[in-house]
Write a protein that binds this ligand. Structure first.
Ligand code: SF4
Ligand code: SF4
Length: 149
C-alpha cells in the first residue's frame, strides 16, 4: 500500500501508516472486497479499485494505521468551519484558499462556497492548475479574487 496525499482523488481516501501497523491482519479479515494483499514484509498492496470505502478496515484497525484523510462536506459545513477564523481574517486581511487536487473538478461546490464567503466580506483565493474547460473558468472568474496557478 502506498500512502497517498489527500485530495488527489475526488473520492474519500484512506491512508496507510506503515510505521503504526502491528500486522495484526484484522484489515484483511474484515475487508469484504479483498482489497488488501499481504506480502512478506507487511501489508503493502491495497487495490483501491476494489475498495468501496465501507470503512470496515478503518473501524477495526486498533492502531490507527488506517485512517480516512478526507470526508464529504456540504458547502454550508465548509463555510461554518471557515467562519471559525472570521476574526483572524478581518484583522489580517487574509481569507479562504481552496486548493486540491484540482478544485475546479468540483466547480459548483467551489462556487457555492465563494458566493457565501464573498457575501460575508471574506477574501478568497483558488489554487488551480486551470486544466479544465474554458467555460468552467469563465463561470468562477467573477467570484475569485486571487489565482494561484
Ligand atoms: S488492521 Fe491496522 S494494524 Fe492490523 S494489519 Fe491492518 S493496518 Fe496493520
Ligand atoms: S474501506 Fe472497506 S472495501 Fe475499502 S479496503 Fe477498507 S474494508 Fe476494504
Amino acid at each position: 500500500m502506498v500512502p497517498q496525499p489527500e485530495s488527489n482523488s475526488p473520492r474519500e481516501e484512506i491512508q496507510y501508516f506503515k510505521s503504526k501497523c502491528a500486522l495484526c491482519l484484522k484489515c484483511i479479515e474484515v475487508c469484504p472486497e479483498e482489497a488488501f494483499t499481504l506480502t512478506l514484509d507487511g501489508i503493502k498492496e491495497f487495490d483501491r479499485s476494489k475498495c468501496t470505502l465501507c470503512g470496515e478496515c478503518v473501524k477495526n484497525c486498533m492502531y490507527d494505521a488506517l485512517v480516512f484523510v478526507s470526508k464529504s462536506m456540504s458547502p454550508e459545513e465548509v463555510v461554518r468551519v471557515v467562519l471559525q477564523d472570521e476574526d483572524y481574517y478581518r484583522n489580517s486581511g487574509g481569507g479562504l484558499t481552496i486548493s486540491g487536487g484540482e478544485p475546479l473538478l468540483q466547480k459548483k461546490f467551489v462556487m457555492e462556497i465563494f458566493q457565501r464567503t464573498k457575501s460575508l466580506g471574506i477574501h478568497n483565493a483558488i489554487d488551480t492548475a486551470a486544466n479544465v474547460r474554458w467555460e468552467d473558468l469563465q463561470d468562477v472568474l467573477p467570484l475569485v479574487e486571487f489565482w494561484c496557478c
